[in-house]
Design a protein around this ligand. Sequence first.
Ligand SMILES: [Zn+2]
Length: 248
Amino acid sequence: MTEVTDELREIYEDAFRWYDPKRSVPAIAVTFYPYVGINHTIRIRDGKILVKIGEICRDMPRPCHKGLAYILVGKLLRKKIPAGAREVYSAFSKSEAVRLRAAESKRTRGRKVVTSSKGSVYDLDEMFGSLNRKYFADAIPKPVLTWSARKTYRILGHHDAAHGHITISKSLDSPSVPRYVVEYVVFHEMLHIHHPTRHVNGRRYNHTAAFRRDERKFAFYEQAETWIERNVRRLKREAAETRGRAIE
Ligand SMILES: [Zn+2]
């Protein structure tokens, strides 16, 4: 799945060169991914660098992509990340987070939202119960689980810690989506309850190393990741059919 321009790959190559001018630049693959919220990953596999950028940042201006590249590559190489990179990227991610919250409250404000954990295909309460038993020894307190009112594709799941809600994208309540994919997204949101947000020096950490380690304990981790990656376009197309505003 390569749908990313050479331009973006070049930005990452530049970042590698900047941090380590003596070393030859490794092969790099950059893809977009419908992460839950604003989230990105970089890892190395068989000498190749795999960068996954949250779908929500696809249309980010070039300087912000550059900032993000220096952050991700710096983290991977364990180098000191230039302050300018953080500034230019966080200016974008903060405004995007604000925009997301605004869209969410606009959608729910002023009308009664009738939602249910029981979708037309999958039952989230039942799914939560079996995941809780299997992975958490029933230790996770049960949140309110609902399907989103509309088919979002940029965000497949969301955990609202303040209200104890987990929302799963309606786009996943479909017979064409394997059960392990829906379970994986629910499992991810349950991990947010298990690993509450950590605040260190005014920064928020949601996906800590411990979180990522636990995420890999999901029995169909690789299959779910692969399925989501391969079905981005289809989810998007389906979502576009029911989409009113641009944000979802
Ligand atoms: Zn998350």
